[in-house]
Design a protein around this ligand. Structure first.
Ligand code: AMP
Ligand code: TRP
Length: 347
């Protein structure tokens, strides 16, 4: 394509940032949220949103929930509980934004521009697509284009930093590469190459004491479980056979390892000390302390969650605030792309 694009020096290529660093991350609506999600993804995002130097855009990626038809096909039904979770846990949505992917048609538009600047072979080499083929599945075209859609989620909003888990590293490389491919083709800095912030948080152990906490292993503790439900699940946490008065090692004790992800420092010190000394403190006591602390930390938040989860109006207000801010970014980026491509509407 042309090397001397007439808009190379055009002011319209100006980016949309203000004073704050812009972070964007996407979360798939996937039902019940567990302590592993809280520890590995939700809490770090909420902390970012409470730093006034940052602008955090949290996107509920409902379109991505459609790429694997055997898993879930009505992702919209899970949107409200996902957003209610972030609100209850303290995401600062007034200073930042929570947005819904399917509210932004510009994402589809930019996804197409990015796909047209990218070799099909690159998408065929993406981990998720290759794994699906290797496992004898017949992936949808949606899964093939998953990386283009994710790149567009990021690039449509001029995001500078993208916090994700290690499993998303390849998708982030693709987003940067696609931005580069497109910019080189049109010879204009339309899209901003994002920087991944790969979170090196170790996986939280599940209640089987063996594998990471995950819905697919059925070894989770839901954050908003009632005290009764939690007691039942906590009873199942695997322990060794040490008796009431034996000294126990907190580092190999699954109860303590999971407890570490949410307990206050006082509660942690207390349990650590009692386990090590052992005397009169068995695993049953540790489990009871676990449930009490969970109730202290998440009990009042559960009420908030239920409030938001039952109030469509609150969710609408929150999404409206996000939409209004983010719409300007998306329009401005999409305008840059259209101009660089010489696309013009005659309406
Ligand atoms: P999932 O719903 O399993 O796709 O998880 C969403 C995000 O939650 C992941 O990208 C991780 O960042 C985080 N996560 C899930 N399970 C764990 C775990 N056991 N330990 C730490 N982080 C987790
Ligand atoms: N693929 C991500 C995941 O499975 C979710 C996601 C979609 C995302 N779009 C994004 C993450 C944009 C960060 C930025 O976790």
């Amino acid at each position: 394509m042309q090397k001397n694009n007439p808009i190379s020096s055009n002011k319209n290529t100006q980016k949309t940032w203000g004073e704050r660093k812009r972070f964007l991350t996407g979360v798939k609506p996937s039902g019940e949220v567990h302590i592993g999600n809280y520890f590995g993804a939700i809490n770090p995002c909420i902390e970012l949103s409470n730093n006034s130097n940052n602008e955090v855009i949290l996107m509920c990626v409902d379109w991505h929930g459609l790429t694997n038809k055997s898993e879930i096909f009505r992702p919209g039904e899970l949107t409200q509980s996902l957003i209610a979770t972030y609100l209850a846990l303290g995401f600062n949505y007034k200073e930042n934004s929570i947005i819904l992917q399917s509210d932004f048609k510009q994402i589809q538009e930019n996804s197409w521009y990015l796909s047209c600047a990218t070799a099909a072979g690159m998408l065929e080499r993406s981990h998720a697509y290759k794994d699906a083929i290797a496992n004898g599945k017949s992936p949808t075209a949606g899964l093939l284009f998953y990386p283009s859609l994710m790149a567009s989620d990021i690039l449509t909003f001029d995001a500078q930093f993208v916090p994700v888990g290690k499993d998303q590293a390849q998708h982030l490389e693709y987003a940067s590469d696609m931005a580069k491919f497109f910019n080189n083709l049109v010879d204009v800095e339309v899209y901003t190459e994002p920087q991944p912030i790969i979170q090196e948080i170790p996986s939280l152990l599940g209640i089987d004491g063996e594998r990471k906490m995950s819905k697919s292993y059925n070894n989770t503790l839901p954050i908003f479980a009632t005290k009764k439900e939690l007691e039942k699940r906590v009873k199942e946490i695997k322990t060794d056979s040490k008796g009431l008065d034996d000294p126990k090692n907190p580092e190999t004790c699954a109860i303590f390892q999971i407890f570490k992800s949410f307990a206050s420092s006082d509660a942690l010190l207390y349990m650590h000390d009692r386990l090590e000394k052992g005397i009169g403190y068995g695993y049953g006591h540790a489990k009871k302390d676990f449930v009490d602390e969970h109730e202290k930390v998440f009990g009042t938040l559960r009420e908030k969650f239920e409030y938001f989860n039952n109030s469509e109006q609150e969710i609408r207000n929150c999404l409206k605030i996000g939409y209004e801010k983010a719409q300007n970014y998306a329009d401005s980026v999409t305008k840059r792309a259209r101009e660089a491509l010489g696309l013009k509407s005659y309406l």
